[in-house]
Write a protein that binds this ligand. Structure first.
Ligand SMILES: Nc1ncnc2c1ncn2[C@@H]1O[C@H](COP(=O)(O)OP(=O)(O)O)[C@@H](O)[C@H]1O
Ligand SMILES: [Mg+2]
Length: 232
């Protein structure tokens, strides 16, 4: 692992990470629905496209068309990149064999073929859900993630939270397998005036990072992290 940084493209968050993700590392973004996981992953994609990188985006939730529409709504002209430097793949999260084969066997080859330097899987938790036992899931995910480590690309995985614990990923696995873990969550002030969003970097291997909890907003055209403000 080297110390070159790969910017996510969200300024306040990149600052909290000491400049960005470590090149060729694995990052997970964990949060409940609506906290902005997909939005964060698309910022990461757009940042890479602007830097002329090749990108693979695997979606287990949204159809390809919706992802592109969402990016265009942000004012990003992504069409010229499509199937040239941006490869969007929609996987059916109900077909285990197909999803499993495409993610485990085809993705590593595709990364090399298209020379992708950024890869997103959104959300990996729908893939993890497909395994029938905890031990199979643990074993397979470990093998899969380790297999991606020798690739020359930076990987972003998103995950829903655990049903009973908003500080854990759905299956409590990827936070251990990832180098960097970013937690997104809702904060409800005691006066119940409004619901706020807050993020924290809970883990970053081999690097100093901010441990502060910072408010952020999902705006039409950007994610704004208030890195100078405090949540509480
Ligand atoms: N297509 C869209 N157009 C405009 N705003 C959207 C769109 N999709 C999501 N948002 C806004 O961003 C928020 C977070 O969405 P998203 O990034 O999809 O969260 P998650 O992936 O964590 O469920 C939504 O609650 C909504 O406010
Ligand atoms: Mg999403």
């Amino acid at each position: 692992m080297n110390s070159d940084r790969v910017k996510i493209g969200i300024p306040g968050l990149d600052d909290m990470l000491g400049g960005g993700l470590i090149k060729n590392s694995i990052c997970s973004i964990i949060g409940t629905y609506g906290t902005g996981k997909t939005t964060f992953s698309l910022e990461f994609v757009w940042e890479g496209l602007k830097k002329k990188e090749n990108i693979i985006y695997i979606s287990l939730e949204e159809r390809e068309g919706r992802i592109l529409t969402y990016m265009e709504q942000k004012g990003w002209d992504v069409k010229p990149y499509l199937n040239k430097s941006l490869f969007v793949i929609k996987l059916d999260p109900t077909d285990f064999n197909l999803a499993n084969n495409r993610i485990k066997n085809e993705l590593p080859k595709l990364i090399e073929e298209v020379k992708a330097t950024r890869v997103v899987i959104d959300p990996i938790s729908l893939f993890e859900d497909l395994f029938t036992t905890d031990s199979e899931r643990r074993q397979e995910m470990f093998r899969f993630i380790e297999g991606l480590r020798d690739k020359n690309c930076t990987i972003m995985l998103t995950s829903e939270t655990h049903r009973d614990n908003v500080f854990s990923s759905r299956h409590g696995l990827i936070e251990y397998l990832s180098d960097t873990v970013i937690l997104l969550r809702y904060v409800r002030p005691s006066d119940l005036s409004a619901v706020h969003l807050a993020l924290e970097v809970v883990k970053m291997r081999m690097s100093l990072h901010s441990r502060e909890i910072k408010p952020y907003e999902l705006q039409q055209d950007q994610v704004l992290v208030y890195s100078e403000a405090n949540v509480f």
